[in-house]
Design a protein around this ligand. Structure first.
Ligand code: XUL
Length: 518
């Protein structure tokens, strides 16, 4: 359909993150043409969020985001984009949204008036049964997780059935909590959707089916069949859930043309196609993988590792498995660590610059300050298994514990990054038979030293993605793939040839022994 490489053919990727919504337009060669973002805290302060979130109950782990804030930000981003590009040249749109977060429709509007703002219409029609949506950062559902796992035969059975063990942020458990604690909201809900599905629906002007890739982040879908669990309502103790959940669609589905509202309000072409939106990690995989065996390591607030493979061989319970967002023959395997960038930042400390950290990471081993493995979790960790907060260090040669108080700044800085790289290596050994390159994205990819540590520890070439943000790129590529083929060599990667110089890289067996003691 599209004229590849032509300047006139454009693809739109929407990235609905935790802190902002961004609309990015790419040409047929996957070069960025224009991008407009709306930052929630700064630009929509009336919603009272911090980092896009509202912590309703810190102790119980209840975290929400205002659904109208998402809608309003989308609308503003599209208005700004329409000032900058010819929207009628966009042949397909898709999107990436924070995973697991849900939108609760009281009633999906029968039609939308192109003369009025979206946010006002939805408000006037009381479209949502709750204005505060549970999001991925919520961890209030331990009871619901236990109960759902119990009903399917335990954690291992849940993982076998849905691709992941019962997980607090996964939407099925969030729905179970709503049904129990706020039955009036639950009853008043016609459809409960992932944020990705809700955004797809707004582009289509009708309730969309849920994309199988992102749906695997709900604990509600049978992974190998891409259908809901047979006994969905029982598992989550949520009467009527099968109806409220709607239909599923294959991850690479093209769901049809944009709504009349989108055409008239923002200038889209009536033939612009909407490819099912997906989760942000799935979109990042699509945006960053250049070769089939690439592993993506995203080093941000949390650290995630993404890989794709034809089987769901998995031996640890940290692996979260999803249908691949664009290729039905593949799965995406993810591991998500909670203690990521903030720990590295704390270890850097206020008195030092990142360039000094890089220097330390690239320096030769120093026998006066021998390298150690630092397991520093200021917060409870979730990967590779739930672990308590801790601050412990171990010798690099024999794994014996050392006193953290005796460590220098240099040892700590090197030790935390070494520990994360080792944990990732161990996880990849468990879950992925072969990988030959690592692509680092997220904030950590701006560092000179961090990629060097990964290069030495993992022993494969390391690249960084020139575009730190793979999610919106992946979304645009998903749009392109729904109507056309991707151009060859679209990813913009730079090789990072430096390797760190630890005197030795500890064997993963040694690391496993250390982790087992935590
Ligand atoms: C993944 C997860 C987060 C969100 C927000 O399971 O919860 O990475 O997708 O980015």
């Amino acid at each position: 359909m599209g004229m590849r490489g032509s300047k006139d053919v454009l693809y739109l990727g929407i990235d609905a993150g935790t802190q902002s919504i961004k609309a990015s337009v790419y040409d047929g060669a996957m070069q960025l043409v224009e991008e407009r973002a709306v930052k929630f805290d700064e630009e929509l302060p009336q919603y009272g969020t911090r980092a896009g979130m509202i912590v309703e109950d810190e102790a119980a782990g209840v975290v929400r985001s205002p659904v109208f804030m998402w809608v309003e930000a989308l609308e503003i981003a599209l208005e700004r984009l329409a000032q900058a590009v010819d929207m009628s040249s966009i042949v397909a749109v898709s999107g990436s949204a924070q995973q697991h977060s849900s939108v609760w429709w009281r009633a999906f509007p029968a039609s939308f008036d192109p003369n009025e703002r979206l946010v006002e219409q939805l408000r006037a029609q009381k479209a949502f049964s709750t204005e505060l949506s549970p999001i991925w950062a919520d961890s209030s559902t331990s009871e619901e997780v236990k109960s759902a796992e119990g009903r399917v035969g335990g954690a291992a059975a849940m993982q076998q059935l849905t691709g992941s063990v019962g997980t607090e942020r996964f939407t099925g458990n969030q729905i179970a909590r709503m049904a129990k604690r706020h039955p009036e909201i639950y009853k008043d809900t016609e459809r409960v959707m992932l944020l990705s599905t809700a955004l797809t629906s707004l582009f289509l002007g009708r309730p969309a089916a849920t994309e199988a890739g992102d749906a695997a982040g709900m604990n509600m879908m049978q992974l190998d069949k891409n259908v809901w669990l047979d006994d969905l309502e029982d598992v989550f103790d949520a009467p009527g859930l099968a109806d409220k959940a709607g239909d599923l669609c294959e991850a690479n589905a093209n769901l049809g043309a944009v709504s009349d509202f989108m055409v008239k309000r923002f200038g889209f072409s009536p033939s612009c196609q909407v490819a099912a939106f997906t989760g942000d990690n799935l979109a990042t995989l699509v945006g960053c993988v250049d070769r089939a065996n690439d592993v993506i390591v995203s080093l941000g607030t949390s650290d995630t590792v993404l890989s794709q493979q034809p089987t769901r061989k998995q031996v640890n319970q940290a692996a979260l498995v999803f249908p691949h967002p664009t290729d039905q023959a593949l799965y995406m395997i993810m591991i998500c660590y909670k203690n990521g960038g903030a720990v590295r930042n704390d270890e850097k400390g206020e008195d030092h610059k990142w360039s000094e950290v890089d220097e330390i990471l690239l320096a030769d081993a120093d026998e006066n300050e021998p390298d150690v493995i630092c397991i520093f979790f200021p917060h409870k960790e979730i990967a590779p298994r739930p672990m308590d907060a801790c601050e412990r260090a171990f010798r690099i040669d024999n794994g014996e514990e050392v006193d953290v108080a005796s460590l220098s700044w240099r040892q700590r800085v090197r030790g935390v990054i070494l520990a994360r790289a080792l944990s990732i290596k161990t996880h990849l050994e468990d879950c992925k038979s072969s990988y030959d390159r690592v692509v680092i994205t997220g904030g950590g990819s701006n560092s000179k030293g961090i990629p060097a540590v990964f290069r030495q520890v993992l022993g494969v070439p390391v690249f960084t993605s020139q575009q730190a943000d793979g999610a919106s790129r992946g979304a645009a590529l998903k749009a392109m793939l729904a109507v056309d083929k991707a151009p060859k060599g679209h990813a913009i990667l730079s090789e990072r040839p430096e390797a760190a110089s630890f005197a030795q890289v500890p064997a993963t067996d040694l690391y496993r022994k250390i982790e087992a003691q935590l």
